[in-house]
Write a new protein. Structure first.
Length: 144
């Protein structure tokens, strides 16, 4: 059975679009021959700048996570760096894994002995790039 990938986008819809595009390119790199070979992707995009407020209302995000779970996502990818501030609260809302891309990034940086504390990059591009790399590494031999 093919995995169902839940994506929770965020403030910048660009990161969701970039991640989606890279996921499709990953499938194409595996010589997918028909539409049925592509991954089942479920996208909830919530452009909500209120995450930047002091005590934001996370209701829309919690509902979106529950929606992704209810439609059968096997796991959820947050492609919104700002939402990671609330990852612990959000993980409590569902019974399926939410991939911690920031934690995975930290592991990669440590593994490669990157010691800088300040990185300058386009956040939307980086989130999508990292998510794509993570999927490529973890699902390179599976039916995604």
């Amino acid at each position: 059975m093919k995995l169902k990938i839940g994506i929770l986008g965020g403030i910048g819809p660009e990161s969701s679009a970039l991640f989606y595009e890279r996921l499709i390119k990953l499938a194409q790199s595996k010589n997918v021959q028909s539409n049925i070979g592509y991954p089942h992707i479920i996208l909830e995009s919530i452009p909500a700048p209120e995450l930047l407020l002091k005590n934001p209302d996370l209701t829309m995000y919690k509902e979106a996570l529950k929606n992704l779970q209810d439609v059968g996502a096997d796991f959820i990818v947050l492609v919104c760096n700002t939402a990671y501030v609330y990852i612990d609260q959000l993980k409590k809302e569902v019974n399926i894994p939410i991939l911690d891309l920031n934690g995975e990034t930290e592991k990669i940086l440590k593994k490669n002995k990157v010691r800088t504390r300040t990185l300058h990059f386009n956040v939307n591009y980086f989130t999508s790039w990292f998510a794509w790399c993570w999927f490529r590494r973890n699902f390179s031999s599976s039916n995604v």
